[in-house]
Design a protein around this ligand. Structure first.
Ligand code: PLP
Length: 412
């Protein structure tokens, strides 16, 4: 039921939830759902996590907001903690992923100007997603998202993802490049996982050219892929990292982290946010990050994710309409051979909340702390569902066009 006073920016599913507990959501009609999307990688600790709830309640009763005109001890504490888990040096706090990336883009441009480059360029990737503000929309590699909002910003160069050679070519011909901005794994782009050494190659190219290596970990961060940040799989330290989504377990907060040559680019007056890093947001994030540490959720996400991935591959191995099952930690994509948005309706009817991205990729972003039984339940229900969907009219219709090698279909 669309509300006449809401802008029509979303195609919403006609369900409202009124309560959540762990990986479970309860709608206004008393139906129970297994949440495999976690508010799009936001509620990594599950819903109503006691530590986060307690921190928000206590802080709300004490002090919600002051201003960055003053010292904010909780903000300092959170900056220290993020430095510890990330290996980065400095933090700027904001309220969303787009804002964190805006800060990164501004930092890169200022870095360029400080080094005598008046028209700095930032290299971005095909298939990327960085947000909906004008600069982050420009950086985003989706014509569909950009259409109608021109003129976009200048100063961005786009290259194919997972192609380090493309960066080397630009390095030879363009002396105005100041930074590379990319996701370690493309989330909205369809859970696209690059080669294992891709980030290492980019680190090297950035070092060779004095470019800033800037990673958008808004979706991949905060334990999602089995390490606190995804770049930690590669044993590198980027110059800039952005985070948001899972940082406050649902309380809005984002951060732009910097190290090395990026650490001291911003000086007083260069950038700001009224709400950014206020006491309430920092209390929520401190409770979230501390809980991720205490409950060993990076390791847990790695182990549960691996188990789910293996089981999904096993259960779907004879399904020829499944093109690929891939993932790392609790970030899993099941790519079908045709658009499958309708699967969401079927899944919801079976009590499963998931998401489809890049038209044909079923995306799972479960809470990091789901139990083994819950993981089994998710895999079994979903695998069955995909088979039913593929066999019914909606699935068959779209796949009516014969493909080469279709006779390889095996029994299920
Ligand atoms: C969601 C997302 C963003 C945007 O975050 P918002 O909080 O919606 O502004 C940016 N980058 C990536 C990789 C994301 O997944």
């Amino acid at each position: 039921m669309a509300n006449q006073h809401l802008m029509a920016t979303y195609n919403r599913i006609d369900t409202a939830f009124e309560q959540g507990q762990g990986s479970w959501l309860f709608d206004t009609n008393g139906n129970k759902y297994f949440d495999l999307i976690s508010g799009i990688a936001v509620c990594g600790l599950g819903h109503s996590h006691p530590e986060v709830t307690r921190a928000i309640k206590e802080q709300a009763g004490r002090l919600i907001h002051t201003s960055n005109l003053y010292q904010i001890p909780l903000q300092s504490k959170l900056a220290d903690l993020l430095a510890e888990v990330s290996g980065m040096e400095k933090a700027f706090f904001c309220n969303s992923g787009a804002e964190a990336n805006e800060a990164a883009i501004k930092l890169a441009r200022l870095y360029g100007h400080q080094h005598g480059i008046d028209s700095p360029n930032i290299i971005v990737m095909e298939g990327s997603f960085h947000g909906r503000s004008m600069a982050t929309l420009t950086a985003t590699g989706s014509r569909k998202a950009q259409a109608g909002f021109e003129p976009l910003l200048s100063g961005f160069i786009r290259v194919p993802y997972n192609d380090a050679e493309a960066l080397k070519d630009i390095a030879k011909n363009n002396s105005n490049v100041v930074a590379v901005l990319l996701e370690p794994i493309q989330g909205e782009g369809g859970i696209v996982i690059p080669d294992k050494d891709y980030l290492n190659k980019i680190r090297e190219i950035c070092n060779d050219n004095q470019w800033l290596m800037m990673l958008d970990e808004v979706q991949t961060g905060n334990g999602r892929t089995g390490t606190y940040f995804a770049y930690q799989h590669n044993q590198i330290i980027p110059d800039v990292v952005t985070t948001a989504k899972g940082l406050g377990n649902g309380f809005p907060i984002g951060a732009c982290l910097a190290s090395g040559k990026a650490a001291n680019v911003f000086q007083p007056g260069n950038h700001a946010s009224t709400f950014g890093g206020n006491p309430l947001a920092c209390a929520a994030a401190l409770a979230t990050v501390t809980s991720i540490q205490k409950e060993d959720l990076c390791a847990k996400a790695a182990a549960t994710g691996e188990k789910m991935l293996t089981a999904l591959k096993e259960q779907l191995k004879f399904a020829d309409y499944v093109k690929d099952v891939r993932g790392i930690g609790m970030m899993i994509g099941i790519e079908l051979d045709s658009p499958c948005a309708e699967l969401l309706v079927l899944a919801k009817a079976k009590g499963l909340l998931l998401n489809v991205t890049a038209d044909s990729v079923i995306r799972l972003l479960p809470a990091l702390n789901i139990s083994e039984e819950e993981a089994d339940l998710a895999v079994n229900t979903l695998a069955k569902l995909i088979k039913v969907y593929a066999a019914d009219d909606r699935g068959r219709e779209r796949r009516a066009k014969p493909r080469s090698g279709d006779d390889r279909r095996k029994s299920r």
